[in-house]
Design a protein around this ligand. Structure first.
Ligand SMILES: *Cc1c(COP(=O)(O)O)cnc(C)c1O
Length: 194
C-alpha cells in the first residue's frame, strides 16, 4: 500500500515536515503548481516520486511528462498522443493510470466504465510502458464502497494490476477493498490554504 501525500495548496512548512518524516510519494493536481513546488527539490530528494492526480490538458503534457513519475489521469486518446510525443522529446516514461468516471458524472473526467476494456487495450498497444493501474474519484453523494468495488472489478477484467482509490474521508475503506495506493491530503496535512 502506497500513501500518496496530496500536497496541493499546502504551506511549505508542512511539505518540509512530511519530507523530514520520510514521506517520498506526493500527489499534485496542477502541473504549474507542482513544478514550482517540486522541481527544485529533486536534487535534494532523488528518491522522490511525484504523481499527477488532477486533469491534464494536452498543452501541459510536456511539462507533466518532464516532472511527474506517475500520471494517474489518462482519460482520452488525444492526451495519450500528447504524452507519447512528450515522452519522445523528454526521454522520460512516466507510469500511467487510466482515470475511470465510475459515477458517470458529466462534470467529471474519466473513461466511463463500459469503455474501460477497449480504452485500456488501446492504451496498452499505444504506450510502451503499458497501463499500471486504474484511478477513480467517487461521487460525493454516493457510498464510496460501490465505486471502489466497481473499479476493482474493472481492473481485474482488464488485467490491470494497481488501484488508486480512497482519499481523506475513505482511505481506510479503500484499503480494505483492495486499493494499492490511497491519495490523502487534508487528513495528513490539515486543511488546505485558500
Ligand atoms: C485533492 C485530491 C485528493 C486529496 O483530497 P483530500 O480529501 O484532501 O484527502 C485526492 N485525489 C485527488 C484527485 C485530489 O484532487
Amino acid at each position: 500500500m502506497t500513501l500518496v501525500a496530496v500536497s496541493k495548496m499546502q504551506p511549505e512548512t508542512r511539505i518540509e515536515e512530511a519530507l523530514a518524516a520520510g514521506q517520498l510519494v506526493f500527489g499534485e493536481n496542477r502541473v504549474q503548481e507542482a513544478i514550482t513546488r517540486w522541481q527544485h527539490r529533486r536534487a535534494a530528494h532523488p528518491d522522490l516520486e511525484l504523481r499527477l492526480v488532477g486533469p491534464l490538458q494536452t498543452n501541459k503534457a510536456e511539462d507533466a511528462v518532464a516532472l511527474f513519475d506517475v500520471i494517474e489521469t489518462l482519460d482520452r486518446e488525444k492526451l495519450a498522443r500528447a504524452i507519447l510525443k512528450a515522452m519522445e522529446k523528454t526521454g522520460r516514461t512516466p507510469r500511467l493510470y487510466v482515470q475511470v468516471n465510475t459515477g458517470e458524472e458529466p462534470q467529471k473526467a474519466g473513461i466511463t466504465p463500459k469503455n474501460v476494456p477497449a480504452f485500456v487495450a488501446e492504451m496498452r498497444a499505444a504506450m510502451p510502458q503499458g497501463i499500471e493501474g486504474l484511478m477513480c474519484i467517487p461521487p460525493v453523494d454516493e457510498p464510496a464502497s460501490l465505486h471502489f468495488a466497481l473499479l476493482a472489478k474493472l481492473a481485474k477484467a482488464a488485467g490491470v494490476e494497481k488501484l488508486s482509490m480512497g482519499m481523506s474521508a475513505d482511505y481506510a475503506l479503500a484499503a480494505r477493498m483492495g486499493a494499492t495506493s490511497v491519495r490523502v491530503g487534508s487528513a495528513l496535512f490539515g486543511a488546505r490554504e485558500g
